[in-house]
Design a protein around this ligand. Structure first.
Ligand SMILES: C[S@@+](CC[C@H](N)C(=O)[O-])C[C@H]1O[C@@H](n2cnc3c(N)ncnc32)[C@H](O)[C@@H]1O
Length: 272
């Protein structure tokens, strides 16, 4: 009983320090930090959080689609809005119907720590999944997370993909950077100071990566395959126009609760 009271006192002290540092969800965060470690290890974690490091990087995991996905300092922290990408990909795989491959080919570009791939594999273990990213730290973490369930490659967009995937990808997903360069300065410090600029910077209009992905996607998609791109509500029309200009039949999915937008471009199946 005495020990329990001391524990609760510790947690309250952490709440007060987090609150003083401006953490909006101080109670929830304190509970997670107190659960995660004790003694000097806990103290070091609280200090990192008070200094402004994202909670997920301090804890070493992010909650995503019901999973605890491991993250490492400096890499992009998976956001809840990106679960819409998983929902839409899952629905497309489910709708594939008779004649669909037993192990559909899924590629995740700009995978970061591979939260989307991990969530898709959790929902559908029978995927031939390849993920890729340019950032070696993200690739290393993604490889450890996905293990032998997927192949994780390092390189610029499509460049590291094996030629065997040309014309064979059923679902191609990408949460690529889409923040306009000039808007990075206005992002919360947690993102601006603790995530790599490579993970955020989408170029002058935020669409550099979307432009490049749309331009190359058709060569990799199977007939009837789909490209899914996360974007912002404000950029949705422009992202959709890029996919349409690449000859894909487009559709926009929006989820206001998660402030999430996904543009889908489908390569028409060949007739006859
Ligand atoms: C917004 S983060 C998203 C990460 C992950 N998809 C997620 O949702 O958690 C964008 C990712 O794109 C990667 N990236 C940026 N430019 C790239 C490029 N030219 N080729 C491959 N990956 C790139 C970054 O390293 C970063 O991991």
């Amino acid at each position: 009983m005495v020990e329990q009271r001391a524990g609760q006192g510790d947690e309250q002290h952490v709440v007060e320090r987090l609150r003083a540092a401006g953490c909006v969800f101080a109670e929830d965060e304190a509970r997670l930090l107190v659960e995660a470690a004790t003694g000097s290890e806990r103290e070091a974690m609280v200090r990192r959080r008070v200094a402004g490091e994202p909670l997920e990087q301090v804890l070493g995991w992010a909650s995503f689609d019901g999973l605890r996905v491991p993250v490492v300092p400096g890499v992009f922290v998976p956001r809840r809005r990106t679960e819409l990408l998983v929902d839409v990909a899952d629905a497309l795989l489910r709708a594939a119907g008779p004649g669909a491959p037993v192990r559909p080919v899924v590629v995740e570009l700009c995978c970061g720590v591979a939260a989307v791939s991990a969530a898709l594999l959790h929902r559908r273990p029978a995927l031939d999944l390849v993920a890729a990213d340019l950032d070696p730290a993200a690739v290393g973490r993604a490889r450890r997370t996905l293990g032998d369930r997927a192949s994780v490659l390092e390189g610029d967009l499509f460049r590291p993909l094996p030629p065997r995937l040309l014309g064979r990808v059923d679902v191609l997903v990408a949460n690529a950077p889409y923040v306009p360069t000039s808007a990075i300065a206005t992002m919360p410090p947690e993102a601006r100071l603790h995530e790599s600029v490579l993970a955020l910077d989408g170029g002058a209009d935020g669409l550099d990566l979307h432009r490049r992905i749309a331009g190359e996607a058709r060569a990799w998609l199977a007939p009837g395959g789909s490209l899914l791109v996360e974007t912002s509500e404000a950029q949705a029309d422009a992202t959709e126009a890029l996919l349409a200009a690449a000859g894909l039949a487009t559709r926009v999915h929006r989820d206001d609760d998660r402030d999430a937008t996904v543009v889908v471009g489908r390569a028409e199946a060949r007739v006859g």
